[in-house]
Design a protein around this ligand. Structure first.
Ligand SMILES: COc1cccc(CC(=N)NC(=O)c2cccnc2OC2CCNCC2)c1
Length: 388
């Protein structure tokens, strides 16, 4: 029988799609003593500066650099506007290294013109818990673009991570680089549709009036779930158990302990909100939802300057349907005057997105692991990691 040659699989590859490199670290660690001890060279006018984010002055410089030069949407209408409180939270988790908060400044003027950060995180990949750096906030001043600063900053943060005997990293990007472990679609749920249309974030639907649109997105005044309340410090052990158990089902997920949960998930005003469901009968904590606060500057509007956005963080549903839990999250976000609630199609989010009237965003967020090989690209629903 003539075989269709295009479907021919060489004998040594039959049985499994890829028998070459196993899943796991690609390059083995080297002794820390063999890591380059001195910083990489910068172009002449610039120098490295380790940013002490605790310092009000330095934090303000970092805030201003990001506010004016960090990531914009594809149509350059919005720019992320991380607050100083948010940056201090994001950059000082348990075990953080000040040396991983890396700035570049002009030698003469001392002006901060670029930034990149890492924070340590225990990330589980299938059954392996790996200590990694989460790399974020890579930013070069608009006037210094294509001076090849970004590649040397990435090398420098990698060098400083290696000096702490850490050999893997995780990061996201809106652009495709070699090789995403997964690609997520982002979704938006209007909370203040009139403002979103006024500033050009959303458009009035066909055959839709403004009043019809406002009605479409209207939410109840009160949450629906009995026992739904803000998370409090005494809830940390129970939330840790609940979250660890839930995250087990995902291929890649943080390996949170109680110190991590206390830092990343206890409510912090204008930074992170977290709620849980405590059963009125048994007082057992059965469900959890959280979102972080990341406003965006509105670049071309006379009437508004800030878009107040909530970003879905970690959600756990064991008794309350996820749909109802997330609708309660929308209700509290609306009451806190957020304009929009954003979510990626990670974990089980796709089960509620359409039904809760999220609309697809116009871009994708790609996730990457440095120096760790996965045999197959993941479905976004296999991902249990949300980066800031
Ligand atoms: C609305 O204002 C924006 C300002 C800048 C960029 C974008 C589009 C965009 N790039 N959005 C996302 O990356 C995104 C969409 C939904 C959920 N998380 C997201 O990104 C997070 C995680 C990665 N670091 C930035 C924040 C929107």
């Amino acid at each position: 029988v003539a075989t269709n040659l295009s479907s021919y699989v060489p004998i040594h590859l039959q049985g499994s799609r890829d028998t070459s490199l196993p899943e796991g670290p690609i390059e083995p660690p080297t002794p820390v003593s063999e890591v380059k001890q001195e910083p990489y060279n910068l172009p002449a006018p610039y120098e490295w500066i380790t940013c002490d984010i605790d310092s009000e002055e330095v934090c303000s410089e970092v805030y201003s650099l990001l506010t004016n030069n960090y990531v914009e949407d594809d149509e350059n209408m919005f720019r992320f506007n991380y607050s100083k409180e948010f940056l201090r939270w994001a950059l000082r988790p348990p075990g953080y290294y000040r040396s991983w908060h890396i700035g570049v400044r002009v030698k003469s003027s001392k002006k901060l013109v670029a930034f990149i950060t890492g924070v340590p995180a225990r990330i589980r990949v299938r059954d392996a818990v790996v200590l990694m750096a989460e790399v974020n906030f890579l930013c070069v001043h608009k006037k210094l673009r294509s001076k090849r600063l970004a590649p040397v900053m990435i090398k420098e943060v990698t060098r400083r991570v290696h000096l702490e005997n850490i050999w893997q990293a995780a990061y996201t990007a809106g652009v495709v680089l070699p090789t995403p472990i997964t690609t997520c679609q982002y979704w938006h749920r209007s909370l203040n549709p009139k403002k979103l249309i006024d500033v050009g974030f959303s458009r009035l639907g066909a055959r839709m009036t403004m009043s019809r649109t406002i009605k479409l997105y209207k939410l109840p005044d009160q949450t629906a779930t009995p026992g739904f309340r803000k998370m409090e410090p005494h809830d940390v052990p129970a939330v840790t158990r609940l979250l660890r158990n839930y995250l087990k089902q995902f291929v890649v997920a943080p390996d949170f302990d109680e110190d991590d949960v206390e830092h990343w998930l206890l409510p912090k005003e204008d930074v992170v909100d977290s709620y849980l469901v405590e059963s009125p009968e048994t007082h057992e904590i059965t469900d959890f939802c959280s979102f972080y606060t990341l406003p965006s500057s509105i670049l071309g509007s006379q009437t508004h300057s800030i878009l107040k956005a909530a970003y879905s963080y970690y959600n756990v549903s064991t008794k309350t349907p996820l749909l109802q839990l997330m609708n309660d999250a929308l209700i509290v976000a609306k009451k806190k005057d957020f304009d929009v609630f954003n979510a990626l199609d990670v974990m089980h989010n796709e089960t509620f997105l359409k039904e809760l009237k999220f609309g697809p965003g116009d871009g994708k967020l790609h996730y990457y692991l440095y120096n760790y090989r996965l045999k197959h690209v993941l479905r976004s629903s296999e991902l249990g990691l949300v980066l800031l």
